[in-house]
Design a protein around this ligand. Sequence first.
Ligand code: F6R
Length: 257
Amino acid sequence: MAEVVIVTDAEAAGRLAADAILRRFARIDQPVLGVATGSTPLTTYRALASAGADLSGVRCFALDEYVGLPEGHPESYRAVLDREAVEPLGLDPALLAVPDASPATLASAGERYEAAITAAGGVDVQLLGIGTDGHIGFNEPGSSLASRTRVKTLTTQTREDNARFFDSIDQVPLHCLTQGLGTIRDARHLVLLAFGANKAAAVAAAVEGPVSSGVPGSLIQLHPSVTVLVDEAAASELQHADYYRLAYANKPEWQEL
Ligand code: F6R
């Protein structure tokens, strides 16, 4: 099962996630980080930046990208990652790959992205947020657990949730390119973060509900190496919260996050 760690706030989760990433990367020659966008990973990026580690050789793969935004749009995930991750962390922009949403070559974008991940040796640590509808990446409910990078249609719920980054919901693209659930499952370690009461139902369904394409986040139950970092509000619907606290408080010294 996933290791579930209930922390006081998003800052504490970010510090633990950054620590888990840096400890794993210290043992790897050419580390590969799977990066996410949205609000959730921001404290992890801040903690990584303040750790001051040299991350200039780290190769990064984004989970997803909107389809239909003009190149350079400030809310394209390429632009968001340049702003929130590449610059503050001192990453090499040439080593950040984002699914290529150019209209002319969209049909082959998924296949090309999969090939690039494979050529890089796969993802060592994949950061994940979770949508209020249970999506990870932009794999909306109903996505095949074996899916690979492809074009998906965003749910109205996701577009409403993401409208805060745009002037109105009408400006939120309807389509995206996203790593599939099968792609995410291939990463060697997953770190799923969630903060706030609006994520509580999705977190409980992903961590403790049945594994189902209806809750794409439940994919984590099929993965042997997962850390879930949640604040109290996001943990509030977990049935086994006391057990997770007990396990974490008595965690053996040698067991890594
Ligand atoms: C973003 C992504 C999404 C978000 C999710 C939560 O790259 O893949 O799954 O992680 O929509 O978004 P926030 O963090 O904004 O609540």
